[in-house]
Design a protein around this ligand. Structure first.
Ligand code: UD1
Length: 335
């Protein structure tokens, strides 16, 4: 194992903080950078307190080449990067595409330039199942057809292609792309979790309904081709996803360019999720069936045989754990 630092961009965010926690548990030396526009230092502080460790943190935007260079200069031995910094709302990306191109694509170009200047050539990049074309049936494997329907997805796809070209340009680059399915839940200790003020994703919205901050859960469509008519997704516990990054880091030594799906390979409908929450809480969650949400697909789930085989990674958490840990984080059940 390396004794240098691993730099985590966007390390204060939902997936970032869970990844930092896994790295700290593995005794890796980490540096977190984050511009905090969509996250707070709270998660990192909680990890420090809980593990009695010191996490180096710098508030900066990766588009700021000078500031980023100073970090590489100061800590000298940064030998790998896990790149999670970026904007992630599909809706917002339709309204403000230039922000997405500038932050996600522009930010990545700056990061790669600085890495190259400081001879740091190992990177794990956070991509998404959103890069798969909808004109095919799941399960999606890494070889499934690609496509995009919104600027957010286009940024992920573009960065993947840039990284592919970069890997061909010089053999020192070692690149691993992780395509996440639907990350949910929070770490089992209940010390870190998703901090969203205006959530649009299913799990945090269900938590709001349970907490009576929202009257009902609007279910977007019950006329999809599934057993109960609601849409199917591959929900993965964020802790399993975070562990995948550790395996990916090790894999960088073996391959110049690789792509892995991270999911559970199981699809669940919205109503199935609601039922699991109800079973844990022993009470009904008020729901209302409304129109389909624009841009939603009927079904998305993964084939992760490549990650199981090559990364020796497999999920440990069940759907029950995902729901239970979401409730723990929101203090609905005890930690
Ligand atoms: C969304 C994004 C995706 C992103 C992912 C991150 C869209 C169209 N897609 O995926 O690009 O990578 O989040 O986690 O925004 N649902 C309801 N009621 C709600 C909320 C959600 O019925 O109030 C349903 C949705 O229709 C969907 C499922 O729950 O079928 C999951 O939704 P969500 O958590 O938003 O994830 P995705 O839409 O899969």
């Amino acid at each position: 194992m390396s004794d240098g630092f691993c730099l985590i961009t966007g390390g204060c965010g939902y997936i970032g903080s869970h990844t930092v926690y896994e790295l700290i548990k593995k005794k890796r030396k980490v540096i977190v950078v984050d511009n905090l526009i969509n996250s707070s230092q709270k998660n990192i502080k909680n990890i420090q307190k809980h593990t009695n460790s010191k996490i180096i943190f710098h508030k900066l935007d990766i588009r700021n080449e000078n500031q980023l260079s100073l970090i590489f200069k100061k800590y000298k031995k940064i030998d790998s990067v896990i790149h999670l910094a970026g904007l992630k709302s599909v809706n917002d990306s339709n309204k403000n595409p230039l922000d997405y191109f500038e932050n996600n694509i522009g930010g990545t170009i700056t990061l790669l330039r600085v890495m190259n200047r400081f001879r740091c050539h190992k990177i794990v990049f956070s991509s998404s199942a959103t890069v798969y074309s909808e004109n095919q049936l799941p399960p999606y494997s890494e070889n499934s057809a690609l496509g995009y329907k919104n600027p957010y997805a286009l940024t992920k796809l573009t960065i993947e292609r840039m990284l592919n070209d970069l890997s061909k340009s010089h053999k020192t680059w070692k690149i691993c792309i992780l395509r996440y399915f639907n990350p949910v839940g929070s770490n089992t200790d209940g010390i870190i979790g998703e901090e969203s003020i205006n959530p649009t994703n299913l799990f945090p919205i269900i938590a709001m309904v349970i907490l009576e901050k929202k009257k009902t859960l609007n279910i977007f469509g019950n006329d999809y081709p599934s057993k109960d008519g609601t849409a199917i997704r591959d929900y993965i516990h964020v802790e399993d996803l975070a562990r995948g990054h550790i395996n990916a880091l090790s894999h960088l030594n073996k391959s110049r360019y690789s792509i892995f799906n991270l999911g559970t390979e199981n699809g669940h409908t919205v109503l199935e999720i609601v039922k699991v929450f109800e079973k844990i809480l022993l009470k009904k969650i008020p729901i209302k069936i409304v129109n389909r949400r624009e841009g939603d697909v009927a079904s998305s789930f993964s084939d992760c045989s490549k990650a199981r085989r090559t990364l020796k990674w497999k999920v440990r958490k069940s759907l029950f754990d995902m729901c239970k840990d979401t409730l723990k984080w929101h203090n609905i059940v005890s930690k």
